[in-house]
Structures are given as C-alpha cells and as structure tokens.
Design a protein around this ligand. Structure first.
Ligand SMILES: Nc1nc2c(c(=O)[nH]1)N[C@@H](CN(C=O)c1ccc(C(=O)N[C@@H](CCC(=O)O)C(=O)O)cc1)CN2
Length: 285
C-alpha cells in the first residue's frame, strides 16, 4: 500500500467546530494527522489552519473530496499540496547572484524541497552560456523602460510554459508592473535588503548609512504592485557600527539576505505560510 502525505492550508470565517470537522473527516477516511496548527484572527474574524496528514495513496481529487463536507459547511478556501509533488520554482536574479547561488546550493543539499525549472536574469551571467546556468535552463532577458512590457511577457510565458507554481525574486532589481504583479499574486517572493518598513526602494544600505542606524536587516515578502509593501514572510537583523561604510553594510547584508530568503522559501514550500490580508500567518516547524 503506498502512503501519500499531504498538507492542507485552510482559511475561512471563524466558527466553532472547524478543527473537529477537519479531524473527523480525515479520520473517517483513514488519514493519520501528523501535525495540525490553527490560528483565529479576532480582528478579521478569520480562521487559519495547516494540517499535515498521510494515508493510503489516493488521487488529489479523492483527498480533496474527503474535506468536501467541511468546505461546504464553513465556506473554506483550501490549498492542498501533495508531498510527492514539489513546487515548480522559477528563479529571477539581476547582477548580484549571492541569493540565487545560495538557493541552488540549499536545493542540491536537500534543504529546499522544490523543482527549480529555470533561471531568468536581465543581466548576462558568467557561465550562463549555452542556455544553462548552475545546471538549470538560463534565460538572459535584458530590459529597458521601453521594453519592459515585452520582457515581462517573456518571463510570464516561461512561467506558464514551465508550469511555475512560484517565482522567486532573488535580488531581481526591476520593479514589476501592476499587470505582472497581479499575474503573480500570492506566488512571487521577493528579498528586500532592508528591515521593512525602513528603507524601501533602491540603495537601502546607502539609506541606512545616511540615517546612521545601528541595525540593518533583510525582509522576504510576497510581491504586490506597491513596491516593498507585500505581506512579510520572514525578516532578520544584525548590528552594525559607525565604522561600517555602505560597502561594509552591503557585505554584512549578504548573509542576512541569504538566510532570510531561504527561510521564507522553505516556509512557503512546506505550506507554512497563509496570507491574512496585508499580513501573513506562519505555522513554524
Ligand atoms: N511590483 C513590485 N516589483 C518589485 C518589488 C515589489 O515589492 N513590487 N520588489 C523589487 C525588489 N526591490 C527591492 O526589494 C527593488 C527593485 C528595484 C528597485 C528599483 O528602483 N529599480 C529601478 C531600476 C534599477 C536597476 O536597473 O538596477 C527601476 O526598476 O526603475 C527598487 C527596489 C522587485 N520588483
């Protein structure tokens, strides 16, 4: 008998009996709940739940039907992810590639369970000849203000053709149009090199240096049309001193960017992030 493992992310209006309904339905279908976490947001009267469960292999639709009664009763929104179907991820980067390379290393090491499908950059990358980079298909798509729409169309075409579940902006330094942000809504993660909401936009380390702050940080968030305003998934900081010039802040910042983006991506890939309006609910491991 083949065991299948799945994760259900559930959101609905808060009401008594939601957890009992889900647990009863899964148990009745012979599923074993490995982990379950839930949160009630009193402010929005919304309920959020992540259930990790396993049982005899069945089709995705069969598993979905198991929870149909709860879906109808509580008007749930459910996202069902099967463990043996990792997310297909499109990686975007610009000139600096420390975050890109870090994600690929963590994937090769098995830390990030995903299926990277291609790398896109608006800059040529050393080693990116012959259409491959780091062993993945590589697309060099330069862009100017005049060619942005066509370039974005090319990126969306790759995403759709390759069946991308997620797009990661691994220091991709182009502002996505409203149309592009809408097309990738809820499935595009960006790493911003500051502790948001401080120092939005370009050159945040220079902004931080000019302000004389004593901590710098990085923020991973889902991308929305509004620059650096999307729901935050992960953040981290590190202390700095008066002696750190912008170049030193850029150097110290790289490590934070790498670990924050990797953490945010792992949380998303494991179905541990639920969007709650302009915020997120994170069910940690
Ligand atoms: N619609 C959005 N697009 C992007 C977001 C976002 O939150 N919403 N995040 C950025 C990444 N980013 C900061 O994290 C960022 C990228 C680019 C710029 C910027 O000013 N770019 C200039 C061009 C710079 C260049 O060519 O090097 C521009 O686009 O005119 C600021 C912040 C990714 N996109």
């Amino acid at each position: 008998m083949t065991i299948q493992r799945a994760v259900a992310r559930i959101t609905c209006r808060n009401a008594p009996g939601i957890v009992a309904c889900v647990a009863r339905s899964l148990a009745a279908a012979g599923f074993d709940i490995r982990d379950s976490q839930q949160f009630e947001d009193v402010e929005s009267d919304r309920f959020f739940m992540r259930v990790d469960f396993q049982g005899e292999a069945r089709s995705r639709d069969e598993i979905a039907r198991t929870l149909a009664e709860c879906v109808d009763r509580f008007d749930m929104t459910i996202d069902l992810a099967l463990r043996d179907r990792p997310k297909r991820v499109l990686l975007l980067a610009s000139r600096t590639d420390h975050c890109l390379i870090d994600l690929i290393h963590r994937w090769r090491d098995g830390e990030l369970v995903m299926e990277p499908i291609a790398i896109v950059s608006n800059h040529p990358h050393p080693g990116g000849s012959g259409g491959m980079l780091h062993g993945l298909p590589f697309h060099h798509l330069p862009v100017t203000p005049a060619t942005r729409d066509a370039q974005e169309e090319a990126i969306l075409h790759i995403a759709e053709a390759e069946g991308a579940d997620l797009v990661v902006l691994a220091r991709y330094m182009q502002i996505l149009s409203d149309r592009m942000a809408a097309a990738l809504a809820g499935r595009c993660i960006n790493i911003h090199h500051s502790f948001l909401p401080g120092f939005k936009g370009a050159r945040p380390y220079h902004q931080a240096h000019a302000r004389g702050v004593k901590m710098i940080g990085a923020t991973a968030h889902y991308v929305t049309a509004d620059l650096d305003e999307g729901p935050i998934i992960a953040q981290d900081v590190t202390p700095i001193t008066h002696a750190d010039d912008p170049a030193e802040l850029i150097r110290k910042g790289r490590d934070i960017e790498r670990r924050v983006l990797a953490r945010a991506l792992r949380l998303d890939l494991e179905g541990r992030v639920l969007v709650n309006g302009s915020r997120t609910v994170i069910f940690q491991s």
